[in-house]
Design a binder for this molecule. Structure first.
Ligand code: HEC
Length: 116
């Protein structure tokens, strides 16, 4: 019986430790932080932090997205809010209008538009 309790305590403790680690992990501030949390899982390319080890990423590379014609901060903000209304062909990227604040979307859009 006693051994069972030790097992449970170790499990709970380990779980809390994991959760704690997640919170204390260094998260970049500003647009880079928003990107790391919400966008990198699809947009990071192989070799970049959060990118796939083998195979392709789900989203296109955004490293030079600001250099694409028409990709102003305004367009990018509209795209992040709701990809489908900004570009009819978009179908896989979720809308972030209800997940990020307007200030976060603007910050992110300006940061992306400056990537040339
Ligand atoms: C679930 C995967 C996924 C996530 C998460 C995601 N994207 Fe995308 N994104 C895509 C895909 C896939 C495309 C290509 C278009 C399509 O099919 O939706 C795309 C396209 C884009 C484009 C290209 C627009 C263009 O006109 O070339 C931009 C900019 C972009 N994403 C920004 C972001 C930002 C910023 C975030 C985080 C707030 C984000 N994405 C999160 C999958 C994702």
């Amino acid at each position: 019986m006693a051994r069972r309790w030790v097992f449970v305590v170790v499990l709970v403790w380990g779980f809390l430790g994991l959760v704690g680690c997640g919170k204390n992990a260094p998260v970049a501030a500003g647009p880079q932080g928003i990107y790391d949390q919400h966008c990198a899982q699809c947009h990071a390319q192989a070799g970049q932090p959060g990118g796939p080890g083998i195979g392709g990423s789900r989203g296109p590379n955004l490293a030079k997205i600001g250099a694409e014609p028409g990709h102003t901060a305004e367009y990018l903000a509209a795209y992040i809010r709701d990809p489908k209304s900004a570009k009819p062909g978009a179908k896989l990227m979720p809308a972030f209008g209800d997940k990020l604040s307007e200030a976060q979307i603007k910050e992110l859009a300006e940061w992306l538009a400056a990537k040339k």
